[in-house]
Each structure stands twice: as structure tokens, then as C-alpha cells.
Design a protein around this ligand. Structure first.
Ligand code: HEC
Length: 168
């Protein structure tokens, strides 16, 4: 016969605990541990989503420069010399543009440009040129340049989001 408490005082027999009708210490502890694990998992998912924004220096100055002449040649006729928009063609920088895209992934914008623009010859530009034009648009929109060029890769660009302001 065992005396009460002669077994493991922390983690005794679960059946015994259930019989006593009180939540056993070990059970409570493991619930707490599960909650911590869940919280950690949630935090890492959020962390991954919040990883990159247009404020993180996602294109290079050189790329924006290359995009400037490509824009002039392929887009300015409709969207205007200073990206201000004209008639049916919306602006591609500034507050109205940002209202359309805030919270969206840069990859969505890239996809739209790559597949639907230029509207008079959709899909005619190689992805690298679209990336350069996008860099030019970001530069005109006063987002900072960085040391890595914007990739012409939709999946990568989908990891980067438009955010209203620095600091999130
Ligand atoms: C023939 C005129 C024309 C040309 C050239 C043109 N666009 Fe457009 N673009 C439009 C029109 C009209 C719209 C609005 C309809 C739509 O969203 O499809 C538009 C929409 C867009 C949008 C969506 C803007 C938003 O906020 O929803 C982007 C981005 C864009 N154009 C980029 C470009 C780029 C980059 C080029 C050059 C490679 C280009 N366009 C060339 C006419 C043009």
C-alpha cells in the first residue's frame, strides 16, 4: 500500500487525479505549455507576414534609373510624364495610388503590370523590365532605395507589402 504523496508529488497518476475530481497539477501545467506554444506559433506567422514592406529598401537606385526610361517609352503616354495619371489611366505614385495599394502585396501590383500593361500591348515587357519600372514607381513614391534589386519574381514580391508609413 502506498502512502499519499509517496509517488511523484508533481505528476502522479492521472486516474487518481480524475477520481479526486480536482484538476491535477500536471494537467494544468501542460495546458499552459500548449498555450505558450500556440502563442509562439502565432507570433512566428505574424512575424513572417510583417517581414518586409516597401519601407525596407527593396529596390536599387540603378534599377529605378533604368526604369525611368522604360517608363517614358512604354507607360508615360497614358499615365503621364510624372506618373500623375491622365484620363482613364490612374496615377502610379502618390496618395491616390497608395489608397489603392496599401495593405496589398507588391507581387499583386507586379502581376497586374506584367499581365495587363501596357494596356495597348499587354504582357509585352520582359519581367526584368517590369521590375525596373516598378522600382522607378517606388522611387517616385518616395519609398527608400536599398542595396538589393527588386526581383522579377512574383512569389518573392508577394512577401513584400505596401504599408502607409514607416514603423508600421
Ligand atoms: C494605352 C494606355 C496605357 C498604357 C500605355 C499603360 N497603361 Fe497602365 N493603365 C491604363 C488604364 C486605362 C488603366 C486603368 C484600367 C486598369 O486598371 O486596367 C491602367 C492601370 C494601370 C495600373 C493599375 C493602377 C491602380 O492603381 O489600379 C498600373 C499599375 C499600370 N496601369 C501600370 C502601367 C505601366 C507600368 C505601364 C507601362 C509598362 C502602363 N501601365 C502602360 C492605361 C495604360
Amino acid at each position: 500500500m502506498e502512502f499519499p504523496g509517496s509517488g511523484n508529488p508533481e505528476c502522479g497518476d492521472r486516474r487518481q487525479a480524475a477520481r479526486r475530481g480536482t484538476p491535477h497539477g500536471c494537467y494544468v501545467l501542460s495546458m499552459a505549455r500548449n498555450r505558450v506554444l500556440l502563442a509562439l506559433a502565432a507570433a512566428s506567422i505574424l512575424g513572417a507576414q510583417g517581414a518586409a514592406t516597401v519601407w525596407d529598401g527593396i529596390y536599387t537606385e540603378a534599377q529605378a534609373k533604368a526604369g525611368e526610361s522604360l517608363y517614358a517609352k512604354n507607360c508615360a503616354s497614358c499615365h503621364g510624364k510624372t506618373l500623375q495619371g491622365e484620363g482613364q489611366a490612374p496615377p502610379l505614385a502618390g496618395s491616390e495610388f497608395l489608397m489603392n495599394w496599401n495593405g496589398a502585396a507588391v507581387g499583386e501590383l507586379f502581376e497586374k503590370m506584367q499581365t495587363a500593361m501596357p494596356a495597348d500591348n499587354p504582357g509585352s515587357l520582359p519581367p526584368e523590365q517590369t521590375a525596373s519600372i516598378l522600382a522607378y514607381m517606388l522611387n517616385a513614391g518616395k519609398f527608400p532605395a536599398g542595396s538589393n534589386a527588386l526581383p522579377a519574381d512574383i512569389e518573392k514580391l508577394k512577401q513584400i507589402r505596401f504599408e502607409p508609413a514607416k514603423g508600421r
